[in-house]
Write a protein that binds this ligand. Structure first.
Ligand code: UT7
Length: 306
């Protein structure tokens, strides 16, 4: 049995905050942010549930399906609307689903974790035939707007895909990792804002993602040359460049959105996936590598035959 992605959908709030807008409220500049992070603007003002509903509905539309075709909803988020119920419940109601639903919190690696969890459940006897895997985060609601180290980086967004049993498409290998000892370098307490040791996160991220990609490619029995499409967590273009250099994956195979979205946490990989789809590179049989990292620290790499 194989599982393919039958439809991709995304959502971004309409309000755009440019680097120049940020320079009006804090000591920073468009030039610094572009140079150090590769970001020009980001979308803000989103609510995790609302963006999740919009992205989910768009993925259903792209797959030409109605909500009754979905057997399970997996939502990854680290900015849930409420402590409980899970925001998956609100999205479930918003889309009008009739199936199980649960939240995953693996921060920015959440979408890839959700993908593996969904894939595994689909493999079980009697498991779901179709899963709606959504990543939605509204980190602008958790940012300290006086902290130029984080405020310049994050934005709001959501991305979703419909996973369905099919003879096309396969998860060839995956690598999931976590190191809870690194929690202090990136965290957000209840009722507080995001705290991040940016330089340390940068260093650890490059190291973890590089190792994870090598592990997953090794498990799949593939080399970097075999990879057609690279979808990396969109946190900082310099992290993407450093990972590509260390894994021999050419930048030309990456598909990036961060210049206009900033770091949308768990939504970055599906947003990049939609960008790749628009570029026409997600053809059946292509080898697609996805890799994310985030608070935890967590990281996750998928090698998929499209
Ligand atoms: O989803 C996972 C989450 N997070 C990440 O992946 C973040 C990873 N980290 C990063 O992307 C980068 O560390 C940042 C973009 C956050 C910061 O870039 P950096 O090159 O690591 O800068 P830095 O923190 O080492 O700061 C360098 C200098 C400092 O000034 P001094 O001490 O050299 O005088 C900072 O005060 O740049 C200053 N600085 C800024 N200047 C203008 C820090 N932030 C800003 C800013 N505008 N926004």
């Amino acid at each position: 049995m194989a599982i393919r992605i039958a439809g991709i959908g995304t959502a971004l709030p309409s309000k755009v905050l440019t680097n120049d807008d940020l320079a009006q409220i804090m000591d920073t500049s468009d030039e610094w942010i572009r140079e150090r992070a590769g970001i020009a603007s980001r979308h803000v003002g989103g609510l995790t549930s609302e963006m999740g509903v919009e992205a989910g509905n768009n993925a259903l539309k792209a797959a030409d399906l109605t909500p009754d075709a979905i057997d399970l909803l997996v939502l990854s988020t680290s900015s849930p609307d409420q402590r409980f119920p899970g925001t998956s419940a609100q999205i479930h109601a918003g889309i009008g689903l009739d199936c199980g639903a649960f939240d995953v919190n693996a921060a920015c690696a959440g979408f890839a974790y959700g993908y593996v969890a969904a894939y595994g459940m689909m493999m079980l006897p009697g498991g779901p035939d179709r899963v709606l895997n959504i990543g939605s985060d509204a980190l602008s609601t958790l940012v300290d707007w006086e902290d130029r180290g984080t405020a310049i980086l994050f934005g709001d967004g959501a991305g979703a895909c419909v996973m369905e049993r099919h003879d096309q498409g396969e998860l060839l290998a995956f690598d999931l990792g976590a190191d809870g000892n690194l929690a202090p370098i990136l965290y957000c307490e209840h009722g507080d804002t995001i705290h991040m040791a940016g330089r340390e996160v940068f260093k650890r991220a490059v190291r973890a993602v590089t190792a994870s990609i090598k592990t997953a490619l090794g498990q799949a029995g593939l080399t970097p040359d075999d990879v057609d499409v690279v979808l990396l967590h969109q946190a900082n273009i310099r992290i993407i460049e450093a990972v590509c250099a260390r894994t021999s994956l050419p930048m030309s195979k990456t598909h990036n959105v961060l210049e206009t979205t900033g770091n949308t946490s768990t939504a970055t990989i599906p947003l990049a996936m939609e960008r790749a789809e628009s570029a026409g590179v997600l053809e059946p049989g292509k080898i697609v590598l996805m890799s994310g990292f985030g608070a935890g620290m967590t990281w996750a790499t998928l090698v998929v035959r499209w």
